[in-house]
Design a protein around this ligand. Sequence first.
Ligand code: ADP
Length: 258
Amino acid sequence: MIEVQDVWFGYEGRDVLKGVSFKFDGGVMAIVGPNGSGKTTLVKHLNGLLKPRKGKVIVDGLDTREHTVAELSRIVGYVFQNPETMFFEESVYREVAFGPKNLGLDDDEVERNVQWALEMVGLSGYEDRSPFSLSGGEKQRLAIACILAMRPKYLVLDEPTTGLDGRAVRGLVKVIKGLVEEGHGVILVTHDMELVLELADRVMLLREGRVTFDGPVDEFFSLDLESLGLEKPELLKIAEEAGIGFVRTVDDVARLIT
Ligand code: ADP
């Protein structure tokens, strides 16, 4: 369980998070909101990269103020925005092995974790490739593998579809669905409403450092998204025009129309 209790945080004396609270215990939660509303600042608290000025973050019973990022990263893995800037090894294998080695795991365990993580993201067979030779979508999946290899229970993905084409997004969606099936909790920070519709069970809306909505995905999409500066997914517009209720996939539409 991730518990965020009345968290306040600011940079240079200016508050960016103003009393954020929520609990998360699995499934897929999307965190959405305008640029600058504090989404990245908030998720950096979940593995201890940032510590609250006031309030607490507890992950599986550990208070983040009392534990290191390395310890917390075994529970909550955080995949940065623009992950390619993180790569520095000459091969995909070494890149993915870096995290688990750093945690002090023995060679067999490192090997097992790397193979499993590459399998999960569909990059088995890429072990000897240079990370820098991969496509944008492959780099994003490699970044996920690097974090997965530390076997965290929860995964935080910060704007994972930025810069990806449609096909790469399909690949990413498949990876995330696979992770959820394996019992991982996933927190997605995103502007991509199509991704929210397809994957999220729950949506949290952040505005100026406060949670202004936290509820199920169908309730979220019944809000006036335009006034929030968010684009309603095409699929929901089509469903609306056809006079059918909330849908998540093209198959839903087909089923409800016929
Ligand atoms: P979001 O992810 O919703 O776009 P951020 O958490 O990145 O929001 O940023 C929230 C606010 O904090 C913004 O006004 C941003 O300029 C500011 N901010 C973010 N990181 C820093 C930093 N390292 N130093 C100073 N201000 C920052």
